[in-house]
Ligand binder design. Structure first.
Ligand code: PEP
Ligand code: MG
Length: 754
């Protein structure tokens, strides 16, 4: 192959002409290979297309024997073509037959060709074909030639993906992954089931014009686009975008670095020089990056490549004028939003009447977006690695937020069965709604107070919808986590006031800041710790930064002026800590009263029992508190020394065990002795069987996720508490690992609705 005399620009122009002609796909491909061979002065040019089953099939060839077309097939990893398909990299050889992967296909008659240059045809980071040129002579292809072939491959990818080939073989499956059904079981973030259609949070940009009319004009467009991109990233970093998290700031920092990276910009320019439009050049370089990303072993580096991918997408949107996110577009009725990740504010931006589910490639259970999804009652799934490569806009999809399952393009049977599930779920919800105004009273006359846990303003409507008695735990840190900077006194006052207003007289228990471990503030530097769950967190931080607690207490007292106010402290480890925290609140109370402010009508101060050391100080502590609340999430984690967020340990120890239930029983008994109310506000309270076990050990007040109120009330109304206690008492001193089976059996035998 003599150096491509005409250059890629001429080739691209000719390709455009061929693409514009009304022609059958096979003829078009035949013309394309002839054109490429002529332009690159090669004796052979062949196109292999990826077929279902990871087979690369020869679809068109200039130079190889005609009869080999549609007959020659290579598995991915087999032969030189298969190797390119597997590794998604170009291969340039002066003597192909010496390569260990070379596989001779007699039907092609290729034995007379020695040199070989092949490149992958990529789309969205996936190999959809391989483009090859061959020459009789043993020659070394230049970098420019390889570059030219890659640019050609990109245009070819457009031809292949634009439906051109569909008429040739129905299931040509340009991207095989994107037509098949898939089933994933990953991380359940928010309960509920939804059937709907995929909406990509960041819609893919479809490039209309691949081939440049004028290269200097495209260079100018690229430069202008990059300028805009840099300004956009700077603006984001300067905090003009609200409600972002620390992690996101880190991502933006990296993105800014990439936006100024000379290497990346040079590669973009080089791609334009080969004859592509600015946007096509971005995609071309993005394809290379994606291929590299897939080969990367190092998790950290892969992450950074992901960030570069984000940046390329931003630039593509600037160049093509495409929308940034789908939230403001015309959404289908049953939208399931799929995204790599998103901030909580971005989720709140969607029309809630249309969004049915959320799937994230990254977000875990404790991510803020997961908290918001739960608050909105939108089924959500996280850690769905690779989902973006499997779906496209409009695909049918099922999200099961109770099991963490995703069904992409489900079969009609599966859709029917899930539609039935949704109906069943809705019916159940209807039944629970009917219970809304019924008392939570056991069969033997014990009233159980049912409350909701909240942490955002969007949670508050659930208080009235669920018929709960009040907010048993208001996690104030969520407001802090979503802010850009430490909320000032006035902002805090406004927030607490709005919560009290929305509660319409029902009691609200505010918990002071519980920061640390998995909850971080973007604007607060926290030292790296070996064991953050056991580290400088929560009330410990408040002890060392008293102004923080005092400011918050003042805000709560002002917000609650003239009303009943309840405040409690998290992560208290001993009596002295409680006293110090209480004194800080009382100091503020005194201060406000002295300065003529209206203080709350009543102020109740409580302690959260989440650290086991308190179990041995209850006689000293309880006389000092107005109420106690068991934070069972933490209490159980510390009792069993078992990280509550570690999926490997999930389910290993059972809160329905003699040890954990014994601890709860002890707290309940001591509270009774000291005439103090005790509530439980961990996740346990929201699950009917667990809640039954808790009622069994004497607990009469619980706070839970709003969706738990109905099912737990249904359980309570079918339960005989005294009978359960008689059943449980001997079991609590048994040496078993768990009482779950026994409790289940009790429920079944006695018609308790679980
Ligand atoms: C708990 O630990 O049970 C609790 C309610 O607090 P959080 O889940 O916010 O730590
Ligand atoms: Mg806790």
């Amino acid at each position: 192959m003599a150096s491509s005399a005409l250059g890629p620009r001429v080739l691209l122009r000719r390709l455009r002409e061929v693409m514009a002609e009304p022609e059958a796909a096979q003829q078009r491909l035949d013309k394309i290979v002839t054109l490429i061979a002529a332009n690159m002065v090669a004796e052979v040019c062949s196109i292999y297309v990826m077929r279902p089953g990871n087979i690369l099939e020869l679809y068109a060839s200039e130079g190889l024997k005609r009869e080999a077309v549609h007959k020659s097939k290579l598995k991915v990893g087999e032969g030189l073509v298969g190797l390119i398909g597997e590794q998604a990299i170009g291969l340039s050889l002066s003597e192909a037959q010496d390569h260990p992967s070379f596989k001779y296909l007699p039907e092609t008659g290729e034995e007379i060709y020695h040199s070989f240059l092949g490149v992958p045809v990529m789309r969205g980071g996936t190999v959809i074909g391989v483009l090859v040129v061959q020459n009789r002579t043993q020659r070394h292809y230049t970098d420019e030639e390889e570059e030219a072939l890659q640019t050609t491959a990109m245009v070819l990818a457009e031809v292949m993906a634009s439906g051109e080939l569909k008429e040739m073989a129905r299931e040509t499956a340009i991207d095989v992954a994107q037509v098949r059904s898939h089933h994933l079981r990953v991380e359940a973030l928010a309960d509920g089931i939804a059937l709907g259609h995929v909406v990509l949070h960041e819609p893919r940009v479809r490039i209309q014009n691949m081939i440049a009319e004028s290269i200097p004009a495209e260079i100018i467009r690229l430069d202008e686009g990059v300028e805009q991109l840099r300004a956009q990233v700077d603006e984001l970093l300067d905090g003009h975008d609200t409600d972002r998290t620390t992690d996101y700031s880190d991502v933006l920092e990296t993105i800014r670095m990439f936006a100024h990276d000379k290497g990346w910009l040079n590669r973009l320019k080089e791609a334009v020089e080969t004859g592509l439009t600015a946007e096509a050049a971005v995609e071309r370089v993005q394809n290379d990056n994606r291929a590299r990303m897939q080969r990367m072993q190092d998790e950290y580096l892969r992450e950074r490549m992901h960030d570069l991918d984000d940046l390329s997408n931003r630039l593509l949107r600037i160049l093509t004028g495409a929308v940034a996110t789908a939230s403001r577009t015309d959404l289908p009725q049953n939208s399931i939003v799929v995204s790599r990740n998103m901030g909580p504010a971005e989720l709140l931006d969607y029309d809630r009447t249309k969004i049915r589910g959320v799937i994230l490639e990254e977000g875990g259970k404790t991510s803020h977006v997961a908290i918001v999804a739960r608050a909105l009652g939108i089924p959500a799934i996280g850690l769905a690695v690779g989902i973006l490569n499997l779906v496209d806009t409009g695909d049918e999809i099922i999200v099961d937020g109770s099991t963490g399952e995703i069904f992409v393009r489900p079969t009609s049977e599966l859709q029917k069965s899930y539609a039935e599930k949704v109906r069943f779920y809705a019916k159940k919800q209807e039944r629970f709604t009917a219970l809304r105004d019924q008392p939570a009273l056991t069969k033997d006359g014990q009233t159980i107070s049912l409350n909701i846990n909240a942490g955002l303003t969007v949670d508050m409507p659930h208080l009235h919808e669920s018929g709960a008695d009040g907010v048993g735990l208001y996690r104030t840190e969520l407001h802090f986590m979503m802010a850009q900077r430490f909320p000032r006194l006035s902002a805090q006052v406004r927030h607490y006031q709005s919560i009290l207003d929305q509660a319409q007289g029902k009691p609200v228990t505010f918990r002071t800041l519980d920061i640390g471990a998995d909850k971080t503030l973007p604007y607060l530097r926290q030292p790296r710790e070996e064991n953050p769950a056991l580290g400088w967190r929560s009330i410990r931080m408040a002890m060392d930064r008293p102004a923080l607690l005092r400011l918050q207490a003042r805000a709560m007292l002002i917000a609650g002026s003239g009303q009943d106010l309840k405040i409690m402290f998290p992560m208290i480890a001993d009596v002295q800590e409680y006293e110090m925290a209480r004194d800080a609140v009382m100091y503020e109370h005194m201060f406000l009263a002295k300065h003529g402010h209206t203080v709350p009508r009543s102020l109740k101060i409580g302690v959260m029992i989440e650290i086991p050391s308190l179990l041995w100080q209850l006689d000293q502590l309880l006389p000092l508190v107005d109420f106690a609340s068991i934070g069972s999430n933490d209490l159980v984690q510390f009792l069993f020394a078992s990280d509550r967020g570690n999926p490997k340990l999930a389910g290993r120890y059972d809160p329905l065990s003699p040890a954990a239930l014994g601890a709860m029983r002890q707290i309940v008994a001591k509270a009774k002795q000291h005439n103090k109310t005790v509530t439980l506000c961990g996740e346990l309270g929201g699950r009917p069987l667990e809640a039954m076990g808790l009622v069994g050990v004497g607990l009469t007040s619980m706070s839970m996720v709003p969706s738990g109120v109905g099912p737990v009330k249904a359980m309570i109304r079918t339960l005989d508490q005294a009978k359960l206690w008689k059943f449980m008492e001997p079991l609590l001193s048994s040496p078993v690992h768990s009482l779950r089976g026994d409790l289940m059996e009790f429920a079944q035998r006695n018609g308790v609705e679980i």
